[in-house]
Design a protein. Structure first.
Length: 285
């Protein structure tokens, strides 16, 4: 008898019909038909529309955070003369340009009007002429700066007063969501902070997009010296809430203590007690 090799004899016997299901599957007898291309299209398009709608909603919600869209065009020679004269404080040239038909709301390449240029250069005499001619004190440029808002940056009380007859919008905000008293407090413009709080109804407790009030910003971004201490005192006298915390729940006093501003921290502790005897002095909101 012929001997079968061991490797072959070790192979298990083949069962009859073992490949039948597989063959049937290959033949398509047991597989369900997949979705048709039309079905896939009808299913995917609504889902895509939902995603696009969500994107549109998100962009519309974020729209107020973006800078105003200003039409870009080169100013005419007459408008250019007005823009340059305003920036350089040339009152006579400003009057001449206006008389020649220059647009008082002309825009430069950054979207700045003649009045905004004058405010940035701190030229109150020019501002008085432009405001008298009807220039908009609230016109914002590509960075969301307006003539009124930049007075808080420059700290110019004279410019602030030159713009008041133009009816500034005290709720208008810069690119950080702040009103003019906030950057003024950060920069230690004591005279401006005192004047704008005394001569307008600006909200001393306005909260910007960073979660900071003028009081918080004076402590967080200030240097803790006598100037910023005076700003803190002026803000508190005008009704700033010392217990109003930032977005993380930290009060101005807690920030002052962390930064080692002992004098400011003590001023704030006393203000907390006056504001709320039960919570005051604890440093907690």
């Amino acid at each position: 008898m012929k001997r079968v090799p061991e490797r072959e004899s070790a192979r298990p016997p083949r069962r009859v019909g073992a490949t039948a299901p597989r063959a049937a599957g290959r033949a398509g007898l047991s597989r369900r038909p997949g979705p048709s291309p039309l079905f896939r299209f009808c299913f995917c398009v609504p889902a895509l529309l939902v995603v696009l709608a969500a994107v549109v909603v998100a962009l519309s919600v974020a729209a107020p955070w973006r800078s105003p869209v200003v039409a870009k065009k080169s100013p005419s020679p007459t408008d250019r003369a007005l823009l340059d004269a305003a920036q350089h404080g040339d009152v006579a040239a400003v009057r001449a340009a206006l008389a020649a038909g220059a647009d008082r709301e002309a825009r430069d390449e950054q979207g700045r009007t003649p009045l905004l240029r004058a405010a940035l250069a701190d030229e109150p005499a020019v501002a008085e002429v432009l405001v008298g001619a009807g220039a908009d004190v609230n016109a914002q440029d590509d960075r969301s700066d307006s003539p009124w808002l930049v007075t808080g940056v420059t700290g110019s009380v004279a410019m602030m007063r030159a713009l008041l007859p133009g009816g500034p919008d005290l709720t208008l905000t810069n690119r950080y969501g702040g009103v003019s008293v906030i950057p003024a407090s950060e920069r230690g413009h004591v005279a401006y902070v005192r004047a704008v709080l005394a001569e307008t109804d600006i909200d001393v407790n306005h909260v910007n997009r960073l979660g900071w009030t003028a009081l918080l910003e004076a402590v967080i971004l200030g240097d803790g010296g006598r100037t910023h201490q005076e700003v803190v005192e002026v803000l508190l006298a005008a009704g700033a809430d010392p217990l109003l915390p930032d977005a993380e729940g930290t009060t101005a006093r807690a920030h002052a203590e962390r930064r080692g501003f002992r004098a400011i921290a003590e001023v704030l502790r006393e203000a907390e007690i006056r504001t709320d005897p039960e919570r005051g002095g604890t440093g907690r909101p």
